[in-house]
Write a protein that binds this ligand. Structure first.
Ligand SMILES: [Zn+2]
Ligand SMILES: [Zn+2]
Length: 85
């Protein structure tokens, strides 16, 4: 039995050596370097590729979500602010 690595979001990290502190250092803002999602526009699981501008907006609005093994679904992401309304 092989364990397939879960396709999680790839959190962007600060790479500036002499940084005095930015949102990446402090970890206040979650930005995925793989799909380009950030905070409210992050799907539940990482789609593994850059989202289009439209997908970005739809995830944030709670219209669509990307779920591992299911793909894009017409549900609100756990990260979407629309979910808490
Ligand atoms: Zn991602
Ligand atoms: Zn920094």
């Amino acid at each position: 039995m092989t364990i397939i690595p879960f396709p999680g979001h790839h959190r962007a990290r600060c790479t500036r050596k002499e940084c005095l502190g930015c949102h990446l250092c402090h970890g206040a803002l979650f930005v995925c370097t793989r799909c380009g999602g950030a905070e409210g526009s992050l799907p539940t699981d990482c789609p593994g590729e850059r989202m289009t501008e439209q997908q970005h907006d739809d995830v944030y609005a709670g219209h669509i979500d990307f779920v591992h093994r299911r793909g894009w679904v017409a549900e609100a992401s756990f990260n979407s602010p629309a979910r808490y309304k």
